[in-house]
Design a protein around this ligand. Structure first.
Ligand SMILES: Cc1cc2nc3c(=O)[nH]c(=O)nc-3n(C[C@H](O)[C@H](O)[C@H](O)COP(=O)(O)OP(=O)(O)OC[C@H]3O[C@@H](n4cnc5c(N)ncnc54)[C@H](O)[C@@H]3O)c2cc1C
Length: 388
């Protein structure tokens, strides 16, 4: 007679909490490195911040770490299909940053020199007239100049996330959806696994990729992670003659109003100065009324477009607008990868690769000390000021 053995608890080398683009990229890169990975996503893969993002991929940042990460991600997105097996929808239409104060001009002149030093040779200064030739919808009124990087662009968040998840599964990772992680278990200062809605998973490594919700899951392991949710809106309008498929992502840095082509239409949005931290993501249609006068000044044709749809998602914001990536000092075995402050989609390819390197060798090809999860205690850091 066959004896039914009770099954022991599920085990893994690493549990990843959160199946947005960051969790899926890390799952893929760890599985590729030979680890037995289990990813737990409480909803659907990529349905939160990742699925609501604008898909922008830029290398024009104020912090050197972010420029280098942007360069690495751009190369990885160019080779994505070859490596991961499915397309990333990456279209290098460029990013055009519009400047209208002397302070911005001075700052971006300095940044341009830094970008060139780091090998981003194709980034260049543009006059207001050159900016308008690149992005014909804009008005040059009040513009002092801008920067343009033709290798920046937009990619598909859903394709990148699904591509990494499928490739991780092919490499043996277990990717579970509809499974919430309730807490990280710790014994003797070390992570021992995760309690989930589907039972415990024992593992010596836990990666917190829970995006805007990462502070809550970190707190269950006694680790304070200052990541706060801020809702951001996107509006998609009908196309207009002045925004073609090749028009670059265009950002008015004085107001953070931005737009880029989206299919045969145009996608636009804007941050606001007095934003309040909340998890609420109902669409606030009154924002459209506040965007319209800004659009009327900076991109007048956009005021006329009919609105097709709108949605809101969460930015996962840290005090210095830099993410927390790497191991927590305590408990041992807890790794952070969250708080990307509105640029996590574009950083996901590079971050997955760098985390796998850091775990394997204690070093990564790009120095991640600016992202040290302990920096609020040590006083270190390198704030990102081009926060859109
Ligand atoms: C409107 C908007 C526009 C944006 N535009 C851009 C852009 O142009 N370029 C760019 O690079 N970035 C952009 N971003 C930011 C980008 O979307 C995020 O930085 C990125 O998606 C973060 O990915 P993530 O995987 O960390 O988070 P998420 O995609 O939010 O994934 C976290 C996941 O964790 C899950 N989770 C949370 N708690 C638990 C738990 N306890 N158990 C199990 N699962 C859990 C959630 O369900 C979620 O799916 C934008 C964001 C918004 C809102």
């Amino acid at each position: 007679m066959a004896v039914i053995q009770p099954r022991g608890p599920e085990t893994a080398d690493a549990v990843i909490v959160g199946g947005g683009v960051i969790g899926c990229s890390i799952a893929y890169h760890l599985a590729r490195a030979g680890l037995r990975v289990t990813l737990c996503e409480r909803g659907e893969l990529g349905a939160q911040s990742t699925g609501r993002c604008a898909g922008g991929v830029r290398q024009q940042f104020s912090s050197e770490t972010n420029v280098r990460i942007g360069q690495l991600s751009v190369g990885m997105l160019q080779r994505f299909e070859e490596e991961v097996g499915t397309p990333a929808g990456f279209r290098q239409i460029g990013y055009l940053l519009l400047l209208s104060t002397e302070e911005q001009v001075a700052s971006f002149r300095r940044q341009l020199a830094m970008w060139h030093r780091l090998g981003l040779a194709e980034a260049r200064w543009v006059t207001p007239a050159e900016a308008q030739a690149l992005s014909p919808a804009i008005s040059t009124a009040g513009l002092l100049g801008g920067t343009f990087c033709p290798t920046d662009g937009i990619a598909s968040p859903s394709d990148v996330t699904a591509g990494y998840a499928a490739a991780a599964r092919r490499l043996g990772a277990t990717v579970r959806t509809g499974v919430a992680a309730h807490s990280i278990t710790v014994r003797g200062g070390r992570v021992t696994g995760v309690e989930t809605a589907a039972g415990p998973i024992a593992a010596p490594l836990v990666f917190n990729c829970a995006g805007a919700w990462s502070a809550a899951i970190a707190a269950t392991a006694g680790f304070a992670l200052p990541v706060a949710p801020y809702p951001r809106h996107i509006f998609v309008g009908d196309g207009c003659r002045q925004v073609s498929r090749e028009t670059p992502m265009t950002i008015d840095l004085a107001t953070s109003f931005y737009f880029h082509p989206e299919g045969d239409g145009v996608l636009f949005g804007m941050g606001e100065r007095d934003e309040q931290s909340t998890f609420a993501t109902e669409v606030d249609w009154s924002l459209l009324e506040r965007i319209q006068p800004v659009a009327a000044r900076r991109a007048p044709p956009l005021v006329e477009v009919g609105i097709r749809t709108a949605w809101a998602g969460l930015y996962e914001v840290t005090p210095d607008h830099q993410p927390f990536v790497g191991p927590a000092a305590e408990p041992a075995g807890l790794w952070c990868a969250s708080g990307f402050s509105g640029h996590g989609f574009q950083q996901a390819p590079a971050v997955g690769a760098l985390v796998a390197q850091l775990l394997a060798t204690g070093r990564s090809e790009i120095d991640l000390s600016a992202f040290d999860p302990q920096r609020r205690l040590t006083g270190g850091g390198e704030p990102e000021t081009t926060f859109i």
